[in-house]
Design a protein around this ligand. Sequence first.
Ligand code: SF4
Ligand code: SF4
Length: 459
Amino acid sequence: MEGEYVLSRYLIASDVVSPDHHPDPSRLLFASRTGKSLLIKEKTYQRLLAGEFAKMDEATLRQLREDEVLVPPTRDEFRDMLEKNQQAISEVGTLSLTLQPTANCQLGCVYCGQQHVKKNLDDDTSARIVARIMDTLRRKPYAKLAINWYGGEPILALKQIEDISGRLIKQCGQAGVHFFASMVSNGLSLKPDVYLRLQRHRVNSFQITLDGIGQAHDLMRPVKAGGGSFDIILQNLVDVTGMPEFSANRSGVTIRININRHNQGKVADLIDLLAERGLAARNVGLDFRPVVDWGGNQADRDSLPAADFAALEIGWTQHAIRRGFEFDRILPARTIAPCMVVMPDAEVYDAYGNIYPCYEFPYTPKYDAPKYKIGHIRSIDQVRNDKAVTREWYADIQTGMSPCPRCPLFPVCGGGCAKLWYNGETGCPSFKLNLPERLVLDYWMRKRQRASEPAPAIA
Ligand code: SF4
Ligand code: SF4
């Protein structure tokens, strides 16, 4: 056995815990190669670290191999995982694209790096985008097409969304490709009638941002024309998620909360208010995010130190769970990609016809330079830049640009936000700094859900 298996480097252990049903000193162990967590006796953990596998019983060893805590010996486990990712990416069955149909937005968020202009996709550019998408679907065996509508504020180009979606739905239907869509919206115009129009065009999943309650939000996300946006957005959320169609269509909303020093004290109040308005029971999730730099605008200057954010995030998550919100996962899942930038056919189209690898590039002056663009919809068949910044992340990640090759979380992270690493910043997700606490929280949640059924324990 010792010769056949070695301890994976992709492990994170919690501090010692002694849960009721398993009173011996134990640890929660996270195997990032599989995204699994195990309760493991301290004695077994120490044997693992010492490589004393022969002292363990066969059932324990089997479980450890299954969860990839123990793995076949290899020269370079990081390279193995990277190769697995690249292989899986080449077999992905969903073509995921982002369309930013307008450069306009009603809000002037303090951290936004975009330059807003009243410019929507024109008919010729829309037709070329549809043709390009269908051409990709003809060339590769994709079974699904996923469109994410982003902005500016995409609802300001509702007509274009309906027009492009209508054509894609029809042509995908003829080609036997399943079409579905999501939207990142500021929520200001998401009235029930707009929801119904979007839903008819297969938009069922929304991300809407609220950065605190009342004034705390309004200071972060004011309306350009003057005044706050919080009350309108909250009422829209309550109205839309309360529609019978919303639940019948299994629509969902993720409320993103961008947090810095100014609004961090208001996050719990926001959770309370959302719960009081009934949103926790309506397929509404929460996503806590730090405010980051956007195109060199130094929006992160008032952000919390990453470790402080990570610690507070655990408290906000616990608070939200107590108030009835559900989280699909507390622990990160195995992923083959950090985001769209490493997916070869994933593209972002803006209202001018530019094609980018990353959805934070459009409308942002810093990223207007050719090196950030894959090309333009009018000339992409002749001029194509496959080396657009971020596009080669899975090659550059091996060159020491980031600590990812040495990080025990690479299998569940995939290399974080490439855009931030290329900008010389840190692209790690918050779980890098609170994984042991997440392990305990996840264990507590699972125990709550299955009160009579203890989590798998290892001798
Ligand atoms: S981005 Fe951070 S957490 Fe993710 S693999 Fe790289 S170093 Fe690890
Ligand atoms: S590189 Fe960063 S900002 Fe761009 S799509 Fe990926 S995660 Fe988002």
